[in-house]
Write a protein that binds this ligand. Structure first.
Ligand SMILES: *[C@@H]1O[C@H](CO)[C@@H](O)[C@H](O)[C@H]1NC(C)=O
Ligand SMILES: *[C@@H]1O[C@H](CO)[C@@H](O)[C@H](O)[C@H]1NC(C)=O
Ligand SMILES: [Zn+2]
Length: 448
């Protein structure tokens, strides 16, 4: 799951801390005894110990490890490289009916940095404590699903299950820095087109309760910078249309809009991720002096930056009009710049969301497979941040975001990220149910 802002701030610190953590990262906990050496949990731990955190993710080792696992299970594996140094591993289990649209399971190999000094256990040690918690950066986001996909397929193959539809797993780079050299390039490639993907699953989020969470859309991120110009003047003079006054008017109007959205959340009528969020992230104005700012001058320019997140249910053109007419109007001598960080509509102009009702036949297959695995689902949600799923939804491929972690605190990007071994193992069973159901699903041609 990506959080652009945080990364840039943490990079230099984290790089330094990573260097410091090297000598520590080989210590293992006592509960990892010999008997564990070749088990689903030990394979998960081996993957967690590969340092794929930014700013210097070791993709080569991750690809080599995952490829060796896939080959050992008897799957096909090939490496694609759309940008040098940023490999993508594509694993395939051919179905008996290869002309049917395939199933794609996606997982990103990279993770955000970790500040070792703030962790109970070194973030790349994958220590398992006596109560079963496996501590590692990436344990929730999203190396768990990477291994669970493979382990579920390993089990299905040992039960002689034969899929009808072909199943692919994509291990992609760079999701945490926007996915532009990873999933975005992948979906545009001829290799992707040849996969003929009918349905895809991507990462979700942990659930503190005992219901699984499922995500049918991301919010699209925009960076908005508004700039005001105005007559400069002495600090003592009162006059109309200074740059600061023009900017402050906009900030007031935007604050009222922000409040109107937040009120809906506070009233319990929508989740945070279902409204348009508008948060100020910088204000830049004033004339610098050696001790701070010149205090008796009103500047001729002022600007402010906002992080805006747009749910698929909102109309981006209406927001654009609001910016032009109210937030940065030319009549107030204002200009603006929108930095779109990814797609906001699918290629036919529709909203970037996957239906979670009877209009999407995959939805009922998914739901049934979860309940057959003994799981309960909470109400489908929009993710507050972004994932690679947006690039596939842009191609109008139905994608559900799902990481089978119940009774687990949400620790992605946080210190002390961990996953309990029992939760990890139950997830494998859930994917066995999902993969067998999805790969056997036959669309009812007569109803189309
Ligand atoms: C916009 O700029 C023009 C030219 O400098 C000025 O005459 C006008 O008063 C300004 N208007 C506002 C609202 O700032
Ligand atoms: C499914 O949901 C969409 C969006 O809410 C709605 O437009 C559509 O009519 C629904 N279809 C069915 C079959 O319920
Ligand atoms: Zn993630």
């Amino acid at each position: 799951m990506a959080n652009f802002h945080l990364h840039y701030r943490l990079f230099p610190v984290a790089a330094f801390l990573l260097l410091l953590s090297f000598p520590l990262s080989f210590s293992h906990s006592q509960s990892d005894n010999e008997a564990d050496q070749d088990s689903p949990v030990s394979r998960f731990q081996r993957y967690l110990r590969i340092k794929t955190a930014h700013p210097d993710p070791d993709y080569a080792s991750a690809v080599a490890f995952l490829k060796s696992q896939a080959l050992e299970i008897g799957l096909n594996a090939r490496i694609l490289e759309f940008v040098p140094g940023k490999p993508l591993l594509l694993v395939t289990w051919y179905g008996s009916n290869p002309s049917s649209p395939s199933i794609l399971l996606n997982s990103h190999m990279d993770s955000v940095p970790a500040e070792s000094s703030k962790w109970l256990h070194p973030p790349f040690s994958a220590v398992r404590t006596s109560d079963g918690r496996i501590f590692a950066r990436g344990s929730q986001d999203d190396k768990c699903i990477a291994i669970q996909y493979l382990e579920a397929i390993r089990n299905l193959r040992s039960q002689n299950f034969v899929p009808a539809r072909t199943i692919h797993i994509s291990y992609v780079p760079d999701e945490e820095i926007g996915g532009f050299d990873g999933a975005a390039k992948f979906v545009q490639s001829k290799e992707f087109k040849e996969l003929n993907v009918g349905f895809m699953m991507d990462e979700g989020q942990a659930s503190p309760g005992d219901e699984f969470r499922v995500f049918y859309a991301d919010r699209s991120p925009w960076g908005l910078i508004i700039k005001a110009k105005g007559t400069p003047g002495h600090g003592s003079r009162m006059y109309d249309n200074s740059a600061m006054e023009n900017l402050m008017k906009s900030i007031e109007i935007m604050s009222r809009f922000r409040e109107s959205q937040f009120e809906i959340v506070k009233a319990g009528e929508a989740a945070n991720s279902e409204v348009i969020s508008v948060n100020p992230v910088f204000v830049n104005a004033g004339i610098p002096s050696p001790t701070g700012f010149v205090m008796n001058m009103q500047p001729s320019e002022a600007e402010a930056g906002f992080d805006i997140r747009i749910p698929p249910t909102a109309d981006p053109d209406a927001i654009r009009r609001r910016i032009v007419e109210e937030w940065a109007p030319a009549r107030r001598n204002m200009t603006f710049q929108i930095i779109e960080k990814g797609p906001i509509r699918d290629y036919l102009g529709g909203p970037l969301m996957t239906m979670t009702n009877d209009s999407n036949p995959w939805w009922s297959v998914f739901k049934t497979a979860i309940s057959e695995a003994g799981g309960k689902l909470s109400r489908p949600e929009i993710l507050a941040t972004t994932t690679d799923a947006r690039f596939m939804r842009q191609m109008k491929i139905p994608v559900l975001g799902f990481s089978p972690m119940t009774n687990t605190p949400i620790l992605l990007h946080d210190h002390n990220e961990f996953l309990r071994d029992s939760v990890f193992l139950r997830g494998i069973k859930v994917y066995e149910s999902l993969i067998s159901a999805l790969s056997s699903f036959q669309e009812d041609v007569s109803s189309q």
